[in-house]
Design a protein around this ligand. Structure first.
Ligand SMILES: NC(=O)c1ccc[n+]([C@@H]2O[C@H](COP(=O)([O-])OP(=O)(O)OC[C@H]3O[C@@H](n4cnc5c(N)ncnc54)[C@H](OP(=O)(O)O)[C@@H]3O)[C@@H](O)[C@H]2O)c1
Length: 249
């Protein structure tokens, strides 16, 4: 199988790369940090996979298009995992610069859509493929500590729920993954107790299982998802209070 993963130079993407690194699989790994990308690539090769790396910024539309088109010509993509993402937070005075909001939406939403649309060109011709979107549980309920990030993930969920049926008609499966807190560099500065963080290797195992099963949506961990559902049933004033306390805002 040929598997494309963006944001493969670390965190969840790096673990996913390793979990797909078996003999017979060809991996296309995209990220900006070349040394981390090469390290993951070597690990994947030693596990038996062949690898093509793409050191690029997914917001560079021209470079992304050229790289994906060339990769897909050589290795028609079976599974594309749009995982690259960034987070920015606000403080208690609501300071989040417009530039950083712009950047979040550009990386997490627009560039993720670009990635998938570029991969879909080939998949539609072949009438087969599987696209996987790494979203977040914060897509379901905006988090006061990272509102722009939550909005970018909600937008992804809405877009890919909307297109799932048509993609299926074209032979293409869609899986939306909504993790809670995963112990990666992305959230190392957040005031989140360790007990609420999933180990990235475990997260990658769960994600891979959901992809293997062609699940439409995976929300995890269960207790976090249930907690969010319960908050939905409570008065919004109370929920706001709980959220501000949780994030120490
Ligand atoms: N950690 C969590 O708690 C959590 C929870 C829910 C959802 N998620 C989502 O899971 C995904 C992976 O996050 P993570 O926790 O593994 O974070 P991470 O450790 O910070 O990794 C993010 C990855 O995205 C890549 N990336 C970021 N911007 C990029 C760009 N413009 N172009 C190319 N690559 C880019 C980074 O690579 P370079 O630095 O090399 O570019 C890195 O490989 C994200 O979409 C995130 O929103 C994470």
């Amino acid at each position: 199988m040929n598997i494309l993963i963006t944001g493969a130079s670390g965190g969840i993407g790096g673990e996913l790369a390793r979990s797909y690194a078996t003999s017979g699989n060809h991996l296309g790994l995209i990220g900006r940090n070349v040394s981390r990308l090469n390290e993951i690539s070597s690990q994947c090769k030693s596990l038996g996979a062949s690898v093509t790396t793409g050191q690029l910024d997914i917001t560079d539309k021209t470079a992304l298009k050229a790289w994906i088109e060339e990769f897909d010509r050589a290795h028609p993509v079976n599974i594309a995992i749009a995982n690259a993402g960034i987070l920015s937070t606000i403080d208690s005075s609501l300071n989040e610069s417009l530039n950083s909001i712009d950047e979040i939406l550009c990386v997490n939403f627009i560039s993720t859509l670009n990635t998938i649309h570029l991969v879909l060109e080939g998949m539609k011709k072949r009438q087969s493929g599987h696209v996987v979107i790494i979203s977040s549980l914060s897509a379901y309920r905006g988090m006061p500590y990272f509102p722009a990030y939550s909005a970018s993930k909600s937008a992804l969920n809405t877009y890919f729920e909307a297109t799932r049926g048509l993609l299926r008609k074209n032979g293409i499966f869609t899986t939306i993954i909504c993790p809670g807190f995963v112990d990666t560099p992305m959230i190392s500065a957040l005031p989140v107790p360790s007990i609420l963080k999933t180990h990235p290797e475990r997260a990658a195992r769960r994600i891979k299982k959901a992809i293997d099963r062609k699940q439409h949506v995976l929300d995890f961990p269960f207790h976090h998802r249930i907690g969010m559902k319960l908050l939905d049933l409570m008065p919004s004033r109370f929920v706001d209070w709980v959220m501000l306390k949780f994030f120490r805002l």
